[in-house]
Ligand binder design. Structure first.
Ligand SMILES: NC(=O)NCCC[C@H](N)C(=O)O
Length: 404
């Protein structure tokens, strides 16, 4: 896969499940949600998202299905048990007894534990002896839930024909890596898939990675992906021959702009929608392979011109959402710029971003609107909630959208 906008053929989503029912006003900040979602409604909204994609001929893979299927393989099951149990948190006695309990779990129940976590009171009563068990509150988690699995964009990213498993920055999300690792390693669907960025070293999150053009990546550097992460992703992508240029794009280290795709997403092969307040301030460092395995770093230069140069196009067009600063800030917060392109000039967006969507349509973009009362409470939009696995090549003469 080498673009953000080629006709989408296959995508990985996660239908929100019981892990969202773990959120309380006491833990939602730490678990990276801004409010407590109404889970049934979030599921309805997500089903509608999957429905919109299927109606357009996209194959939708659900992470929970893949995980259950994968855990039927004994090697995956063993890896799953290992991923669930944290010895440092549980201590040897509790960790050993949880491991032995989970070893005999069915693939479906192990998958449930891996996604939704488990509290001490949910553990079998016979495992009551350890100090750790006695000293934790019954509602404390022995295995943490992963409510941010919903945002499949961040935990793995396909570049060319390879998949990179992310190295997630926030403690609440780190265990997602293990689940994706197990799925890509053992699910028959992914047999033979080659990994990129194999070392999982410095933090890189998929929401920061944009495939601007074949061989050209933009990588946001901010709250999540670090400069070291961008550098090592570039080094590994150059070594694998899946990129020739990486633009490292500094973004503000705030929750509102936690990933580059909260500020800017592609809506055509040479057009983006961008948070208007970032348009003139966004810059990029250009990374290319240097001599003797070193990286050549140029810049910073204005993002739009650095991107156009790297993409070998005259200009990277920006849809002018032209919003007043307050509306722009409100709609950016609600992921107005976080569109998922399913073909050049066709995007999925949240319905609540009335002004941004209207401007996109005025620019000739088709906007497929999603209800978003509950899905947005984790602060992620359609791009965040999707991990494209396959796209067709961009048609030779895509419609001219978003030109100004
Ligand atoms: N690409 C994205 O911007 N993903 C949204 C992730 C939201 C999630 N609650 C998080 O804080 O990581």
């Amino acid at each position: 896969m080498d673009s953000e906008v080629g006709p989408l053929r296959s995508v990985l989503l996660h239908r929100p499940g019981n892990e969202l029912k773990r959120l309380t006003p006491r833990n939602n900040d730490q678990l990276l949600f801004d409010s407590i979602p109404w889970v049934d409604r979030a599921q309805q909204e997500h089903d509608a998202f999957a429905g919109v994609l299927k109606d357009r001929g996209v194959e939708v893979l659900l992470l929970s299905d893949l995980l259950r299927e994968t855990l039927a393989d004994q090697r995956a099951h063993t890896a799953g048990v290992h991923a669930a149990v944290d010895d440092r948190r549980l201590g040897t006695d509790q960790a050993d007894s949880l491991r032995s309990h989970l070893s005999s779990a069915t693939p479906a129940s192990l998958a449930e534990v891996l996604m939704s976590g488990v509290t001490f009171e949910e553990l079998p009563a016979s495992e009551g002896a350890s100090l750790v068990r006695k000293m934790n509150h019954p509602h404390d988690f022995a295995v943490d839930p992963l409510p941010n699995l919903l945002f499949t964009r961040d935990s793995s990213v396909w570049i060319g024909d390879r998949v990179a498993i992310s190295s997630l920055a926030m403690p609440a999300r780190r265990r997602e890596t293990a689940l994706l690792d197990i799925i890509y390693a053992y699910h028959p669907r992914f047999h033979g898939t080659v990994r990129a960025y194999g070392a999982h070293s410095a933090p890189v999150e998929g929401g920061d990675v944009l495939l601007l053009a074949p061989g050209v990546l933009a990588v946001g550097v901010g709250e999540r992906t670090t400069a070291a992460g961008a550098e090592s992703l570039a080094r590994s992508a150059f070594a694998d021959g899946i990129a020739h240029t990486v633009l490292a794009v500094p973004i503000a280290q705030t929750r509102a702009t936690m990933h580059l795709d909260t500020v800017c997403t592609m809506i055509g092969p040479d057009a983006v929608v961008m948070y208007p307040l970032a348009r003139d301030s966004l810059v990029a460092y250009t990374l290319r392979p240097g001599d003797d395995g070193a990286l050549r770093v140029d810049g910073p230069a204005p993002f739009l011109s650095a991107a156009a140069e790297a993409m070998s196009i005259d200009r990277l067009h920006v849809i002018d959402t032209g919003l007043d600063p307050v509306t722009a800030e409100r709609e950016q917060w609600d992921d107005g710029n976080n569109t998922l392109a399913i073909a050049p000039g066709v995007v999925v967006g949240y319905d609540r971003n009335v002004e941004t969507n209207a401007r996109l349509e005025e620019a000739g973009i088709e906007v497929l609107r999603l209800a978003s009362s509950e899905l947005g409470s984790g602060r992620g939009g359609p791009r965040c909630m999707s991990c494209p696995i396959a796209r067709s090549s961009i048609p030779a003469n895509p419609p001219m959208h978003g030109r100004q």
